[in-house]
Write a protein that binds this ligand. Structure first.
Ligand SMILES: Nc1nc2c(ncn2[C@@H]2O[C@H](COP(=O)(O)OP(=O)(O)OP(=O)(O)O)[C@@H](O)[C@H]2O)c(=O)[nH]1
Ligand SMILES: [Mg+2]
Ligand SMILES: [Zn+2]
Length: 335
């Protein structure tokens, strides 16, 4: 939300020759008071699938939205043919204010931000314990993105039938991030779905992670009547095949809550992240930053957090974890 809308000024100005003479142009834009409310469940090359009441309709962005992006999770106003009948196309005329925006950049030097999803409450960071090998750096990056966006993180460690979870969990202990561990057998007998579902009630949760970690497999277990295709992990490279190509929001079958399956990512660039926002997720450390120099990175010699911890106000392991997360921005994926 914070940076959302940075193009609104441009969007609102319609630079167009006024062919009808001197008529004032202030009220050209229709207000669309009769528009219906919709929820964007998927986006495929400019075509959006929108849930309106209990109908699924296809829509496109109205020209008046200009460059404003519309993403999965957005609440929108739609006009036109809302029947959902084949070959009909409605128009999205407004994007409602977002409660959260999860962004990433291709890498840290890339200023081009993509919005992954809007309005999510929780970021499920999905990592396989093997096949593909876990890469803690990506977990750290996703945690930073979650803290920056104000989403609560949930660590999902899959494939515990192939490797144990202990050492990975140990390094996340001080962060206090909630986690679930899943495996093949419990996926089949429904135990995984039960355990994960507890964490998803009343929330909109977006699943992110490398290709092949089992995001779609898990989403299929949670929403069994809406099965999406899953892929194989290449046994030579240990990589997934990018089976999922678009984000899709699905409602949990019983009770409230949404899960959003997303395509596998290779990296999670953090160009947009502000350390000052990340520290909000560390309420035990945040008051200690009062003595910091201006624009402190919290990882420099004058940082007041060292003294804060030395004075016993917070656990040194927490400061270490914060710094590890902040430093992940400076390092390359795979370092
Ligand atoms: N052994 C084991 N395999 C699993 C488990 N969960 C998923 N898999 C397998 O991992 C492979 C990849 O699963 P997907 O669900 O397609 O992975 P994804 O994360 O959605 O991958 P992309 O869509 O490419 O991003 C499939 O062959 C799954 O059967 C698990 O708990 N244990
Ligand atoms: Mg998938
Ligand atoms: Zn500092």
């Amino acid at each position: 939300m914070r940076r959302y809308g940075k193009h609104t000024d441009e969007d609102d100005v319609r630079v167009r020759p006024n062919r009808r003479g001197n008529r004032p142009r202030t009220s050209i834009r229709p207000k669309h008071e009769d528009a219906a409310e919709g929820f964007v469940v998927t986006v495929d090359r400019g075509r959006l699938t929108v849930l309106v009441e209990d109908r699924t309709i296809t829509a496109m962005k109205a020209r008046e939205l200009g460059r404003k992006g519309v993403v999965v999770g957005d609440r929108v106003a739609v006009v036109g043919d809302l029947s959902g009948a084949k070959d009909t196309l409605a128009r999205i005329v407004r994007v409602e204010e977002r409660s959260s925006v999860l962004r990433r950049t291709a890498d840290d030097d890339d200023p081009f931000e993509r919005v992954v999803v809007a309005n999510a409450d929780q970021l499920a960071i999905v990592t396989a314990l093997a096949d593909p090998e876990p890469r803690p750096r990506l977990i750290d990056r996703c945690l930073v993105a979650a803290f920056d966006a104000g989403l609560s993180p949930l660590l999902v460690l899959t494939k515990s039938d192939l490797a144990p979870a202990e050492s990975l969990l140990e390094s996340y202990g001080p962060l206090g991030v909630p986690y679930v561990v899943t495996n093949r057998e419990e996926l089949a007998d429904g135990a995984v779905a039960d355990r994960v579902r507890e964490r998803l009630t009343d929330k909109m949760t977006v699943f992110v992670g490398h290709s092949g970690v089992g995001k779609t497999t898990l989403v299929n277990a949670l929403v069994p009547d809406r099965k999406r295709a899953t892929g194989r992990v290449n046994t030579v490279t240990g990589r997934g095949r990018h089976t999922t190509t678009s984000a899709l929001a699905l409602p949990l079958p019983d009770g409230d809550g949404w899960v959003i399956d997303t395509p596998g990512v290779r990296s999670f660039g953090l160009h947009h992240v502000d350390p000052a926002r990340v520290i909000h997720a560390f309420p035990d450390l945040e008051p200690g930053t009062e003595g910091c120099p201006r624009a402190c990175s919290h990882d420099e010699p004058d940082c007041a957090l060292d003294q804060w911890v030395a004075d016993g106000h917070a656990d040194p392991a927490r400061l270490y974890s914060l710094r590890r997360l902040l430093a992940t921005r400076e390092r390359r994926e795979g370092d």
